[in-house]
Design a protein around this ligand. Structure first.
Ligand SMILES: Cc1cc2nc3c(=O)[nH]c(=O)nc-3n(C[C@H](O)[C@H](O)[C@H](O)COP(=O)(O)OP(=O)(O)OC[C@H]3O[C@@H](n4cnc5c(N)ncnc54)[C@H](O)[C@@H]3O)c2cc1C
Length: 325
């Protein structure tokens, strides 16, 4: 029994990217006719175990040890190494989190493998997985194929895979790794805390997002009115937040929030890769841009080529009319 193993991240709460990695793992497991496994490491995993038992998996593994209470690469690498040796899967997937960046290359090295990091897409047309990574700030896509024997390790970029997990049931197996205190050479410091966010865009089901096409801060209300009429959250591309036209917490993208609303309306946003990675998991994308060749149209489900200063007020009026009817 080979299979696809997805290593999830749980530190008292799930890292949202875990579910994206799981969705990717599930897609590949189905295509390759392989069983799907997940694993999570820690000391207090009761809530995590309850969550995992409601997923449609071949099996979940709770890798539990008191020395895994705090994350250290010293503990996580040998713990997952032992699990992978006992399971012997074909593929091991991770969400590309900061924690994974820290330990996954070392884990792969224990198996004489490299980590195919920050993957944005996977195809199996040729019967084996082909991993797509972006090079040169997204200007080039490169295909990576695992050759040779042994397990293949890949981490998956935030926002690249749409979370779509049906409810199910699976057995959760306890896996107690052999660890000794002398192995844990690093001392975890205080956990990094991101600045408190008053806006959780990741929970929004409707987002209207504004980009540099808006020209100046005084024009922002044009887009805010559309958001208000729709009952949507207002978000922005980076230059808008860098300029202080909207607060930083409304920024979407690789250095902002990752969002996956039902509808994402991009207004005057070109579609730079750093913006796309934060919003391309949206279920439906509508782009308004006066440049018909803007890259945003490549990911858009609906596109309006036009001047936002004409299109947006007309849309707002139409929405208000429908809502008041
Ligand atoms: C390390 C790094 C991290 C980054 N992180 C992020 C991030 O998290 N989020 C992010 O968004 N960016 C990020 N960026 C910046 C990113 O590369 C782009 O510069 C940025 O996304 C561009 O924002 P924009 O689309 O609003 O502006 P532009 O690229 O300037 O696009 C403006 C668009 O508006 C259109 N337009 C102009 N006038 C009108 C009009 N009247 N009507 C309709 N359309 C009009 C234009 O055709 C154009 O397509 C990052 C960059 C780096 C290097």
């Amino acid at each position: 029994m080979k299979g696809v193993l997805v290593i999830l991240e749980y530190r008292g709460a799930w890292n949202r990217m875990s579910w994206e990695a799981l969705a990717a793992g599930r897609g590949i497991a189905v295509q390759l006719h392989q069983p799907l496994f997940v694993a999570v490491a820690g000391a207090q995993l009761d809530t995590a175990v309850a969550d995992l038992s409601a997923l449609p998996l071949a099996r979940a593994y709770a890798v539990r040890h008191s020395l895994l209470h705090e994350y250290t690469a010293d503990g996580f690498i040998p713990a997952f190494e032992q699990l992978i040796h006992s399971l012997d899967p074909l593929l091991v997937f991770f969400p590309h989190t900061y924690q994974v960046r820290d330990f996954a290359p070392g884990l792969a090295a224990r198996f004489d493998q490299t980590l195919i990091a920050d993957v944005v897409a996977i195809t199996t047309d040729s019967g084996h997985p082909v991993f797509v990574r972006q090079l040169l700030q997204g200007k080039l896509n490169a295909d990576y194929v695992h050759t040779g024997a042994g397990v293949c390790f890949a981490s998956l970029q935030a926002g690249a895979f749409r979370v779509d997990m049906p409810v199910g049931a699976c057995a959760v197996e306890e896996f107690v790794p052999q660890l000794s205190p002398s192995q844990i050479r690093s001392q975890p410091g205080e956990r990094f805390r991101e600045s408190a966010q008053t806006v959780d865009l990741s929970a929004a089901s409707l987002i209207v997002s504004v980009g540099r096409g808006i020209k100046e801060q005084d024009n922002i209300p044009i887009v805010r009115e559309l958001a208000d009429a729709l009952g949507a959250e207002l978000a922005a591309s980076r230059p808008i937040c860098d300029n202080g036209w909207l607060p930083m917490e409304r920024q979407v993208g690789s250095s902002g929030q990752s969002v996956s609303p039902k509808v994402y309306i991009a207004v005057g946003i070109s579609g730079a890769i750093q913006h796309l990675v934060g919003m391309k998991a949206s279920k439906s994308i509508i782009a308004i841009n006066k440049d018909e060749n803007a890259p945003i149209f490549e990911v858009a489900d609906y596109g309006i080529v036009g001047d936002l200063f004409e299109v947006v007020p007309a849309l707002t009026a139409a929405v208000r009319k429908v809502k008041s009817a």
